[in-house]
Design a protein around this ligand. Structure first.
Ligand SMILES: Cc1cc2nc3c(=O)[nH]c(=O)nc-3n(C[C@H](O)[C@H](O)[C@H](O)COP(=O)(O)OP(=O)(O)OC[C@H]3O[C@@H](n4cnc5c(N)ncnc54)[C@H](O)[C@@H]3O)c2cc1C
Length: 384
């Protein structure tokens, strides 16, 4: 692993730094401004990134990106994190949906769907999880039945982030219940603008409604919106999931580092840095942050070498979510009761961190992956 940037990578970083210095997002809406105001703020920011050519540098130039290498892409996320700018509104489209279409989509699908993802004209959501199918995604029950040149879809999805703002849903549905569960799935792009799709926001512990329930009652999807072929949905979904873990890792570890730096500054102001109770915890978190940073870079090297992210990415996500929860708890201990007042960024971070060990793969499931696929331990045999 060589962490020195070459000339091209340094030039890429400097160009981005200069652009970010000249192009800051407008002030974040107040915490009580509501979900719509927060969304509009992030959508406007994405449009600005798009106009500057920085919405998705990792996308190939033919699709409006810069054809950035994996290292440049990591630099991009690090710099965006360092500049403390918000995530683009269409993160799921940019990081998950677009790259999935680039692998599995037809030329017509790429031409139709990729440009509005980039410009934030059409927002995407991910309709995978169901009330009885989260970790065990392949057991999902939402059904799609062929009817002429269309598919009729009925079922329920849950935890669908951003569905209330989305035009398109990456939907995995069962098209064959006679074959083994992984083989009976198909991947669709479902138009959210139809009354057969009802979106009900779920309010979270933070007060915001980031995700939703979807009730789908005979929704229609044309054949042209099937991605990767009938019965191939599991493989297409894996492409989406691999991109999910690979894409966000770098941005998240930088934000964690910033949170810790903020906690250290606050501890300094309160004269707590010499207090062994706090100093111990800060030293531990510092070591964890460094480990996560280096593991993220190591994962990148593996990914460049083998052409795809390895199972070690699960270790980074597990450590990050665990460390983020510890850091947000320490922040509250350092700041004191005022950190618990609704609407402060400290209280938001503390509460939002609870979901980190669930979203994008629960910690227990990630530990299974690390045990079996990284450490080579025997697979768990569940008693009949
Ligand atoms: C903030 C947030 C945003 C999300 N956004 C989306 C989204 O946009 N789209 C989407 O499709 N989904 C989304 N999800 C859903 C997320 O992917 C699921 O919550 C996650 O996969 C876990 O599934 P589950 O909630 O059904 O829990 P379950 O799978 O039912 O798990 C329940 C418990 O059992 C444990 N468990 C399950 N299987 C095993 C096993 N084999 N070994 C050991 N322990 C196990 C789990 O770790 C967990 O503690 C989001 C979730 C959150 C929290």
């Amino acid at each position: 692993m060589d962490l020195t940037f070459n000339e091209q990578e340094t030039a890429f970083r400097d160009e981005l730094r200069t652009w970010l210095a000249d192009n800051q997002p407008p002030a974040k809406p107040a915490a009580d401004a509501g979900d719509d105001a927060q969304f509009t703020w992030r959508r406007d920011w994405q449009r600005h990134l798009y106009e500057g050519g920085w919405a998705a540098p990792a996308w190939p130039t033919e699709y409006g990106g810069r054809g950035a290498s994996q290292t440049e892409s990591a630099i991009y996320f690090e710099e965006m994190g360092r500049a403390r700018v918000p995530f683009a509104a269409n993160t799921l489209g940019l990081l998950l949906g677009g790259p999935t279409l680039m692998v599995w989509g037809t030329p017509e699908q790429k031409e139709r769907y990729l440009p509005p993802i980039l410009s934030a004209e059409e927002i995407w959501c991910q309709g995978f999880s169901e009330p009885d199918a989260g970790s065990d995604l392949a057991s999902l029950k939402t059904k799609a039945v062929k009817d002429g040149e269309e598919w009729v879809v009925t079922g329920q999805k849950v935890w669908t982030s951003g569905a209330q703002y989305s035009k398109w849903c990456m939907l995995v549905a069962r098209t064959d219940s006679e074959v083994p569960k992984h083989k009976g799935l198909t991947y669709f792009l479902m138009d959210m603008d139809q009354e057969q799709v009802q979106v009900r926001p779920l309010r979270q512990i933070t007060g915001e409604a980031e995700f939703n329930e979807l009730f789908i009652e005979e929704a229609r999807i044309p054949d042209a919106n099937l991605v990767g072929g009938v019965g191939n949905g599991w493989k297409v979904a894996l492409t989406t999931l691999m991109n999910e873990r690979a894409g966000l890792g770098f941005a998240l570890q930088i934000r964690l580092r910033q949170l810790l730096d903020d906690v250290i500054a606050a501890a300094g102001e309160k004269g707590l840095l010499e207090n062994p109770l706090y100093a111990d915890k800060i030293a531990d978190l510092h070591a964890r942050c460094e480990t996560i940073r280096l593991l993220a870079w190591k994962g990148l090297t593996d990914s460049e070498r083998y052409g795809q992210p390895g199972p070690e990415g699960s270790l980074v996500k597990w450590l990050w979510s665990d460390t983020n929860q510890r850091a947000t708890q320490l922040a509250v201990d350092v700041i004191g009761p005022e950190a618990l007042i609704t609407g402060t960024s400290w209280s938001y971070e503390l509460l939002r961190a609870r979901g980190n060990t669930i979203e994008g793969g629960t910690t227990e499931v990630l530990k299974n992956i690390v045990a079996e696929r990284v450490l080579g331990l025997p697979r768990l045999k569940v008693a009949a």
